[in-house]
Design a protein around this ligand. Structure first.
Ligand SMILES: Cc1ncc(COP(=O)(O)O)c(C=O)c1O
Length: 431
């Protein structure tokens, strides 16, 4: 069949939805029943011409918006030169200069080095490999509610069974989970669980790394307690364990700083990043203390597509845009505005639970009359917003949290319009 004729004859959302069900496995779950045609900054249009305001950002990837002109120009310019050589075969200077730029801004004490990969999960996998190779130890400790990706080791670190882990075991040995010390939770409980792991499962001298998200993303936009970060750093120093901050979702201006760890004044040993670092192209990275990063022998790190030239070019442009448009400051201002808006709504609607966040990494919970997590109401608010053209994402271990991942470059008028839509969706669902 001729693909173009095919598109012209039945290019509707309903037709593609049916074809998707037939051609792709159900495991690749899809939230929307409409198909994107094009997008610009914080807006996207489906193949039937309907406009949406995008507060999902392709799951935290579009801090610089859809098709930022500078990112687009950087990719277009790179496209004229070459698209692939495999960095490990024929290197390119822009990979090195991007590593230099990232090394200069990561909140890591002393000399840093950076290696590039393609996805967040791949960055996590490699951070663990680097930690194991440089410490000669095997154990890894992660947190309940964490999300570190879907590849087999990353999903083993993930602390949420449904839908990520169910049916995919057995998982690699020597991974342990302890409760996440979110703001408002008990740090003592985490400390007790860590003691338990050290007494019953593995001696600290065999633990290579503790990996955590400064603000849990999929887990519900829970910022970690500052005291917990200080405690983790001290615990790692005491036992020679490496502290890995997973900044895949928090990085690149979302929290009001380039990296969330800047809020805590604590230096991790290794950091993972991805998502908004390359404006929608596929790029991730591991940065870390130089001596640790040099643990694996030549050939131990990399990948055919790791640090793809188009994505590296895009990432250079993203860093320029973030500085020129002062996106960390803008994230803080828009985040403050959204938090104030949600708190005003909470005063009206008791079904809105906690409103929380760091910078523009903002979320609110929905609860039932008894104050318990209410996933159904959350879905209803999401659906009511979508009906009015506002794309929202849910998250949280109980599925009762809506997170707001608008581009930080969003026009003020579109941001105000989106808040109006949100008000209408809440009024329909919660009043
Ligand atoms: C904190 C964190 N780590 C890792 C990942 C995995 O990234 P990817 O989906 O690019 O593999 C995600 C994705 O949502 C994430 O939020």
């Amino acid at each position: 069949m001729n693909a173009m004729n095919d598109l012209k004859t039945d290019h509707t959302n309903a037709a593609w939805h049916q074809r998707r069900l037939d051609a792709t496995p159900r495991g690749v779950g899809v939230m929307g029943d409409f198909f994107i045609d094009h997008a610009k900054n914080a807006e996207l249009w489906d193949i039937e011409g309907r406009r949406f305001i995008d507060f999902a950002g392709g799951i935290a990837v579009l801090n610089t918006g859809h098709v930022h002109p500078k990112v687009q120009a950087a990719i277009a310019a790179q496209l004229q030169r070459f698209t692939h050589s495999c960095y490990q075969v024929v290197p390119y200077a822009e990979y090195v200069s991007l590593a230099e730029r990232i090394n200069a801004i990561v909140p890591i004490e002393g000399k840093a080095k950076t290696a590039f990969f393609s996805t967040g999960a791949e960055a996590i996998e490699n951070a663990i490999k680097i930690a194991r190779s440089s410490t000669g130890r095997s154990g890894v400790i992660a947190f309940g509610g964490a999300f570190h990706g879907r590849s087999l080791f990353a999903v083993s670190l993930t602390g949420k069974v449904q839908p990520y882990k169910a049916g995919f075991g057995p998982f690699p040995p020597e991974i342990y989970h302890v409760p996440f010390p979110a703001e408002g939770a008990s740090l003592d409980e985490t400390k007790r669980a860590m003691d338990h792991v050290f007494k019953c499962d593995i001696e600290p001298s065999r633990v290579a790394a503790i990996v955590f998200e400064p603000v849990q993303g999929e887990g519900g936009f829970n910022p970690i307690q500052k005291d917990a970060v200080l405690w983790l750093r001290a615990l790692c120093d005491q036992h020679g364990i490496l502290l890995i901050a997973d900044e895949v979702q928090t990085g690149f201006a979302r929290t009001g700083r380039m990296f969330a760890m800047e809020h805590y004044g604590v230096s991790p040993d290794l950091m993972t990043m991805a998502k908004s670092m390359a404006g929608g192209t596929t790029l991730s990275a591991v940065s870390g203390k130089a001596a640790i990063m040099d643990g694996p022998a030549p050939g131990g790190l990399g990948g055919t597509y790791a640090g793809n030239p188009l994505a590296i070019a895009a990432s250079h442009a993203v860093l320029d845009v973030m500085a020129e448009e002062k996106l960390p400051e803008r994230a803080q201002r828009l985040g403050d505005q959204l938090v104030a808006h949600l708190r005003a709504a909470k005063a009206k609607y008791p079904r809105i639970g906690e409103v929380r966040g760091l910078g523009a990494m903002v979320a609110c919970e929905f609860v039932d009359a008894a104050g318990a997590p209410d996933a159904d109401t959350t879905k209803q608010v999401q659906a009511a917003a979508l009906k009015r053209g506002l794309l929202l994402l849910t998250c949280g271990v109980y599925g009762n949290v809506i997170r707001y991942l608008f581009p930080l470059t969003i026009e003020d008028s579109v941001f105000a319009e989106a808040l109006g839509v949100l008000d209408a969706a809440m009024a329909e669902t919660l009043a």
